[in-house]
Unconditional design. Structure first.
Length: 98
């Protein structure tokens, strides 16, 4: 049988929540005020499909370069290239450097 080639193919481990995280995220994550230039981590929330970036960008750190509607445009490095990823705030978290 041919395997699926959909957007979420091969993401059983990546797009899975632990039992304590199940359900919808808190509102504070959605209304967090991000500004241009802020560093963020792309952490996909599998319970919300809208505004979800491609799973290959899960765990990447980038910089917000603009706000586009409710979503943010994030500049990340993928290999040797810089790429723009559009994601809604449910799928990003502020980056806390150590």
């Amino acid at each position: 049988m041919k395997h699926s080639k959909g957007f979420r193919a091969g993401t059983r481990q990546i797009l899975r929540k632990s039992p304590r995280e199940r359900g919808l995220p808190p509102l504070s994550r959605i209304i967090y005020p991000y500004n241009v230039g802020d560093k963020v981590v792309i952490k996909i929330d599998p319970s919300i499909h809208k505004g979800m970036p491609h799973p290959r960008f899960h765990g990447k750190i980038g910089t917000i370069i603009e706000k586009r509607g409710r979503a943010y445009v994030i500049l990340i490095r993928d290999g040797g290239k810089m790429k723009k990823v559009i994601a809604r705030p449910e799928h990003i978290r502020p980056f806390k450097s150590a």
